[in-house]
Design a protein. Structure first.
Length: 147
């Protein structure tokens, strides 16, 4: 697997009948999330874990976690708030709204190979804060318990 950042096409993108390209475009909106799936930027996640300013909540999926702000910079969420009669498309829409948010989602597919290794190292060192009572109840797809 390449260590290239997954920042051109969202790794969650599956071509379909829609016209959207599946590009991440991390800096298209002020929230620094994937334009396609809404995932946090992987560089932001890793920096926030290292800084201890987030708490992780596992899910019942091996590819997704929730991330809560724990004293760091507030997250942002950008979304379209088009009027019902609007005919705008994703590329020409002027109805984008950004709001502060304490909760975000992250899809592990966005981590590079190196970031996956760093995530495992942080986990093994106890460097990841989990939400109350938290731990992974479904392990990330790139992690396995050692015997």
């Amino acid at each position: 697997m390449s260590d290239e950042p997954l920042d051109v096409i969202c790794p969650r993108f599956e071509p379909g009948p829609w016209k959207f390209t599946g590009e991440c475009n991390w800096d298209r909106h002020p929230d620094n999330t994937c334009q396609y799936c809404g995932s946090m930027n992987p560089d932001t996640l890793m920096a926030r874990i290292r800084a201890g300013t987030v708490r992780i909540t596992g899910t019942d999926k091996d590819y997704k976690i929730y991330v809560d702000n724990e004293g760091g910079e507030i997250f942002k969420q950008t979304y379209r708030d088009c009027p019902p009669d609007s005919k705008c498309t994703l590329d020409d829409c002027t109805h984008w709204v950004t709001r502060p948010h304490d909760h975000a989602k992250f899809y592990f597919q966005h981590l590079s190979f190196t970031q996956r290794k760093q995530f495992v190292e942080l986990f093994n060192e106890g460097g990841i804060k989990f939400a109350e009572g938290g731990m992974f109840y479904v392990w990330p797809f790139f992690m396995r318990r050692s015997i």
